[in-house]
Design a protein around this ligand. Structure first.
Ligand SMILES: CC(C)(COP(=O)(O)OP(=O)(O)OC[C@H]1O[C@@H](n2cnc3c(N)ncnc32)[C@H](O)[C@@H]1OP(=O)(O)O)[C@@H](O)C(=O)NCCC(=O)NCCS
Length: 142
């Protein structure tokens, strides 16, 4: 049976993740291991993502699944795990809103100023021609 573990990466794993971020054109700015969760599938890094704290919001970013592990629900699993620990609303900027819709994110037109740079520059640079969406996930009261 396959074994899945989700936890914070160590220093060596963070270096590994950094190379995936570069390969997949994902946000690798200002990274630290405390922001990340990795999903290990049979002890191999299969998925990763992070919550980045800005002055005015929390952003979910750098979400990726290693190519050979895609289509197994691991992307959804890492996102759900990250969201399970937050105490406030979460924002993201993406070119694949359909994927995040499934996890409760809704597209918004007005958003925190800290996301402006990414929505206007980063995605355009890394995903030219794609439609960029800014989305929000609302933390439900317990
Ligand atoms: C997008 C990505 C994280 C999806 O990972 P994954 O493990 O293959 O996705 P899952 O298997 O968890 O898929 C969960 C659901 O989302 C759907 N989905 C997967 N990729 C999708 C996409 N690009 N657009 C819309 N829906 C998508 C799946 O069909 C599945 O739907 P279902 O539950 O109805 O069957 C992965 O393809 C990836 O790393 N892509 C490159 C990096 C990237 O684009 N990251 C996001 C940047 S914001």
């Amino acid at each position: 049976m396959s074994k899945v573990i989700i936890r914070e990466p160590n220093d060596a794993e963070l270096i590994h993740i950094k190379s995936f971020l570069k390969e997949y054109g994902l946000d690798d700015s200002g990274i630290s291991k405390e922001q990340f969760k990795i999903l290990l599938y049979n002890n191999e890094i299969a998925a990763f993502g992070r919550l980045k704290k800005h002055n005015d919001c929390i952003e979910l970013c750098s979400v990726g699944v290693v190519k050979e592990y895609r289509g197994k629900g691991l992307g959804e699993a890492i996102v759900k795990n990250l969201l399970s620990e937050v105490k406030q609303d979460v924002y993201l900027v993406t070119v694949i809103p359909g994927f995040f819709n499934k996890m409760g994110f809704k597209e918004i037109k007005e958003y925190p100023i800290s996301l402006k740079y990414k929505s206007e520059n980063f995605c355009e640079k890394h995903h030219p021609g794609d439609v960029i969406a800014v989305m929000k996930w609302e933390k439900k009261e317990a």
